[in-house]
Ligand binder design. Structure first.
Ligand code: HEC
Ligand code: HEC
Ligand code: HEC
Ligand code: HEC
Ligand code: HEC
Length: 216
């Protein structure tokens, strides 16, 4: 007499198949979740107190990044514009616009506008804008085509692998220093090669991936 009936095989097969299915699903999720951006948040557009448009102010009016992000060349932080910076123009134009009411309130109450951050790194990572600017890394390399954005959206993951992919091979990401702030810049046949720029800027990628560069 058989210990296992004829249907036992069927049960065993079903159980094995089910187990394998769950395993494949789990592996699939591990692979697909980061790619789908649930934890990278590329494309993330936080709600803002005022629907400020870089497209309008940068590409439309031709304002330079440094007009509002005044410390980007000299400091770790780019800096955010004060209400007075907005009011240089908006005390003259669109003075009654509903959209700009929070700006006027901010001035009247002497309270800065609270912009939601689009890009943030954990505290244990050291980052510095000024060095990147000084070595010919354009704003759009990291922040995407910001001059075309009606609302600012996150354009890069800021994951360690993202930083490292450029630190290991910076040449293709470099541009002439006078083009760093130009969001429309494109490489042309007249642009010096990445390798030429590496030499001119004295960039040495051999040590740029050392842990101590970003974790101090
Ligand atoms: C007229 C002022 C003004 C100018 C000019 C300007 N910005 Fe901004 N920028 C802002 C304001 C206001 C915010 C906050 C609202 C938002 O995120 O859109 C901001 C936000 C940003 C952010 C997101 C910051 C964060 O992490 O929250 C980036 C990146 C940025 N600007 C890059 C640039 C670049 C690059 C240029 C030049 C090509 C530029 N900006 C020109 C006013 C300006
Ligand atoms: C150099 C002048 C200038 C500065 C500085 C400036 N703006 Fe503007 N802004 C304009 C002009 C011009 C318009 C477009 C008005 C029109 O449509 O004719 C505008 C339009 C706007 C609008 C309407 C929506 C849109 O983009 O069309 C908002 C909101 C706005 N600005 C917010 C801000 C904020 C917030 C700041 C400060 C961070 C700021 N602006 C700084 C000139 C300026
Ligand atoms: C090498 C990549 C890189 C380049 C190039 C770069 N940024 Fe950033 N930016 C970042 C990172 C990373 C953060 C988040 C920093 C943090 O959380 O400490 C950031 C944050 C910001 C912020 C938010 C405020 C702040 O200072 O943290 C603004 C505004 C900004 N960048 C503007 C600019 C402008 C304007 C340029 C060009 C002149 C520029 N960035 C070039 C990577 C870059
Ligand atoms: C698109 C290219 C690019 C990206 C992306 C990038 N970097 Fe850099 N980074 C550079 C270059 C080029 C230098 C200058 C190297 C030199 O001076 O030799 C630099 C220098 C630095 C330095 C200063 C190194 C020193 O020796 O003082 C720090 C810190 C740094 N990067 C941190 C970061 C972090 C953190 C990120 C990611 C959030 C990042 N970088 C993303 C290109 C990049
Ligand atoms: C060019 C900058 C850079 C360098 C060089 C770098 N890191 Fe990181 N590291 C980062 C950033 C940015 C994060 C944050 C990642 C995030 O938020 O997803 C990070 C996160 C981490 C974390 C947290 C876990 C994780 O992966 O999110 C560990 C651990 C770490 N780094 C270890 C190292 C070690 C070890 C080295 C040297 C082999 C190193 N890092 C070199 C930028 C760097």
């Amino acid at each position: 007499m058989a210990i296992f009936g004829p249907r036992a095989n069927l049960f065993m097969n079903a159980a094995l198949l089910g187990g394998a299915g769950v395993l494949i699903l789990l592996l699939g999720l591990i692979w697909v979740v980061p790619v789908m951006g649930y934890n990278t948040h590329v494309g993330y557009t936080p709600p803002q107190p005022v629907p400020f448009s870089h497209k309008h102010h940068v590409s439309g009016l031709g304002l330079d990044c440094r007009y509002c992000h005044t410390t980007v060349e000299i400091s770790e932080n780019a800096g955010m514009p004060s209400t007075h910076t907005c009011m240089t123009c908006h005390s003259q134009i669109w003075t009654n616009a509903e959209m700009l009411a929070p700006v006027r309130q901010s001035l009247a109450a002497d309270q800065p506008l609270r912009w939601s951050r689009v890009y943030t790194l954990p505290d244990y990572v050291y980052f510095d804008h000024s060095i990147h600017i000084a070595k010919g890394v354009g704003c759009t390399e990291c922040h995407g085509p910001i001059g075309d954005m009606p609302l600012t959206r996150k354009a890069s993951t800021l994951h360690m692998s993202w930083c490292l992919s450029c630190h290991r091979d910076p040449a293709p990401h470099l541009r002439p220093l006078d083009q760093v702030f130009n969001p429309q810049w494109r490489r042309t046949s007249k642009t010096p090669s990445g390798e030429q720029l590496m030499t001119a800027y004295h960039i040495h990628p051999e040590t740029l991936s050392d842990c101590g560069v970003c974790h101090r």
